[in-house]
Design a protein around this ligand. Sequence first.
Ligand code: GDP
Ligand code: MG
Length: 170
Amino acid sequence: RCGFVAIVGRPNVGKSTLMNHILGQKVSITSRRPQTTRHQVMGIHTEDGTQCVFVDTPGIHIMQRDRNKAINRFMNQTATQALRDVDAVVFIVDRTRWMEEDQIVLEKLAHVKAPVILVVNKIDWLKDKTTLAPWLQSLQERRDFAAIIPMSAKNGTNIDLLLENVMGRL
Ligand code: GDP
Ligand code: MG
């Protein structure tokens, strides 16, 4: 079996960091500066005979007002193409904030038929863990996500859970 999974989210949520963990090597550039990843970075994860191609999808967050910039047009197009034939989407957001750019990504996923798994990243920053449950609850109201997984891409927390969830859908 083989599947194709897009990793999406606004800049700085941790897409490249997750990608590096999945692949176990530094193939995707991570940075504090947004939009470091201009091109798609792909990696293959293999487990029990199932192969999964992960694509770090930059540019899906591009604001409408920026659409005339050539680089933005290019990135937007690349991102949209990546979503056409995916088997699953991993949509990453931050542990506490829902921003306009998250909303733009969500809207771009509106026509995606494949299951969308929401990842709430950077939970290692959470001092008060009791805030997590109500936050996850509020996110579930934004879309019927296939799953919501709290994670720390940096520490590796719950990445195995995410992979298990994704691989189980292929
Ligand atoms: P991208 O723009 O979505 O690809 O985000 P990056 O993977 O480049 O990460 C942006 C910044 O957030 C980097 O400084 C990462 O080290 C940091 N980061 C990513 N994941 C985590 C996490 O789980 N916890 C913390 N504390 N920082 C993270
Ligand atoms: Mg990146």
